[in-house]
Design a protein around this ligand. Structure first.
Ligand SMILES: [Zn+2]
Length: 96
């Protein structure tokens, strides 16, 4: 009885600690990715082509970390409000 109670009273702080560390690690790695993204996009500008699957509206915008072909973007079509889909990713040399 005593042993099982001790197990729970020590287990809960351990779980809380592990969760806190995991959340901190997640936050730090996200910041790190943003820093890398900002420093990496300076020289070569990458762009993505977005297309509306409903009406065919096409738009080009700057590449963001996590973009990939086939991804449903956060951006909406100005014509019908459908989510735009990434149909292509390209690179462009600055001052070329
Ligand atoms: Zn549309």
């Amino acid at each position: 009885m005593l042993i099982s109670v001790d197990l729970y009273t020590t287990l809960i702080p351990v779980i809380v600690t592990v969760l806190t560390v995991a959340v901190l690690f997640y936050a730090v790695s996200r910041d790190l990715r943003n820093v890398l993204a900002v420093s990496g996009v300076r020289r070569i500008s990458e762009y993505v082509t977005l297309r509306c699957p409903t009406c065919g509206y096409v738009k080009v915008r700057e590449f963001k970390v996590g973009d990939y072909v086939g991804k449903v973007d956060d951006e909406k079509c100005p014509n019908d409000g459908s989510s735009l889909v990434i149909i292509g990713i390209g690179k462009e040399q600055a001052n070329a």
